[in-house]
Ligand binder design. Structure first.
Ligand code: ATR
Length: 275
């Protein structure tokens, strides 16, 4: 049996074990996936443990996505640009870091958007790790225009500057974004505002929302945040974060196994946990 897993702290709420176990079973693979609670103090030892124990690969989650880079042998370009790793592949003791969060998001977005994403003006709310993955992936993919709004303006400015290598990019204040909401074709909430248990909070007022604007939230607990609910009532198409979670896992699975991931089976496994 080949062993894979996820390193995080805390880790007990992770749905990755169910999701990957369902995928292994579907494909008849002799593989197992375990959630490892790794205290930040022991991250380096845990990473060495991947080599020592011959784990095939691991996912890395909060709070280790940035700190882990220093312990790897190689980091791929996109992960380096994002500055965070969520997937490690072990090739004969050589550890390579990847970031499948942004690509996972893009994979979940493509079937949802009926027009050309590259022509869109996208507003990203937040400038943390998830925002960096999404913004940089969309910018590199060829999205024309990306604007960042964040509570801490300096972080929005920094991320906008980095995106400007690949697209037209700027930062705005939250107030400005709310006031000129009709400028945007797609809104993406990358903050945790609205996540269980704070389900009544919204990241940005939707008073000025047009029904043509796509509204997307990376949160999937709950599946429909208050923010998405308001957008839906205004007639806007809405997308939750479940697809991103499944697709980031599917991309990691494909890196480890070399096989196409059974994404629908993985999604159903997560939904069983959520319901
Ligand atoms: P993640 O890896 O999930 O993106 P993170 O890197 O800690 O987590 O980033 C969290 C993001 O959510 C940041 O943009 C943060 O805003 P600040 O940069 O101002 O801290 C945003 N965020 C979290 N809680 C928030 C709140 N209550 N109000 C506004 N923004 C919040």
């Amino acid at each position: 049996t080949e062993i894979m897993g996820v390193f995080g702290y805390p880790i007990k709420h992770s749905m990755s074990p169910e999701m990957h176990t369902a995928a292994f079973k579907q494909l008849g693979l002799d593989m197992a996936y375990h959630a490892f609670e790794v205290h930040p103090e022991f991250l380096e030892k845990a990473i060495n443990g991947i080599r020592g124990l011959g784990l095939k690969g691991v996912n890395v989650t909060i709070p280790h996505k940035v700190a882990v880079l220093q312990y790897l042998d190689m980091v791929d370009d996109l992960a380096l640009e994002i500055g965070a790793v969520n997937t490690i592949v072990n090739m004969n003791g050589q550890l390579t870091g990847y970031n499948t969060d942004g690509e996972g998001y893009l994979q979940s977005l493509l079937p949802f958007i009926k027009s050309d994403i590259k022509q869109m003006h996208v507003l990203i709310i937040g400038a943390g790790g998830a925002a960096r993955a999404v913004a940089i992936t969309l910018a590199k993919y060829g999205v024309r225009k990306i604007t960042i709004a964040n509570r801490t303006a300096a972080k929005a400015t920094e991320l906008a500057l980095q995106c400007s290598k690949f697209c037209q990019s700027k930062d705005v204040s939250m107030e400005e974004a709310e006031k000129h909401l009709s400028d945007y074709d797609l809104l993406i909430n990358t903050t945790s505002i609205g996540m269980t248990p704070h389900i009544s909070q919204v990241p940005l007022s939707l008073d000025e929302l047009r029904s043509e604007t796509y509204v997307s939230d990376l949160i999937y607990t709950p599946l429909k945040t208050q923010w998405l609910s308001i957008a839906e009532k205004k007639g806007a198409p809405v997308l939750n974060g479940l697809g991103m979670f499944v697709q980031q896992g599917a991309l990691a699975f494909e890196r480890w196994t070399g096989k196409k991931a059974p994404a629908e089976v993985m999604k159903q496994a997560v939904l069983r946990r959520l319901n």
